[in-house]
Design a protein around this ligand. Sequence first.
Ligand code: SME
Length: 180
Amino acid sequence: MAESITITGTSKEEKYASLLPQIKALAEEPDLYAALGNIISALKYGMGFFWAGIYFVKEKVKSEKLKVGEQPELKIENSELVLGPFQGTVACTRIGFGKGVCGYAWKNKKTVIVDDVNTFEGHIACSSESKSEIVLPIVGKDGQVRMILDVDSDRFADFDATDEKALTEVVHIIESIVNS
Ligand code: SME
């Protein structure tokens, strides 16, 4: 496996075209956390984003209420997004169902592009430097959202159909690891 990422080209399309095969190669690492960590790093540094990261859908566990051997109920109301591998400034660790851009993408199971985070009602500001963002759901075999891919820019309206297409390919690469 390559130990560094090489980006060629000047346009966004050319940069993604050189990055995507390298992300595919990074996804061959069998350990999920190692693979995701490198994929996120490649995205952030390869494309020069302000922030890139994964949120996992996880059960809210109130450990004091659990007896030994008990499992939390597997219901959406009992789930939340919890910060996973990311690159960039410190971010909020937990996001509720339907909350913020990430929770909206989770609830509606669709990609969301926000040109100006100040205009998105309920946007969760992890950094005042973040100006626009794109959030994509990552879906499991059962059709449920399992993770969220969140990419932030420090420029307004920095994400367009080119980003959506390329990042959807990244999502499919991640889905292929999760669902294999
Ligand atoms: N802005 C996101 C929160 C995550 S941070 O941007 C890393 C949201 O509104 O869901």
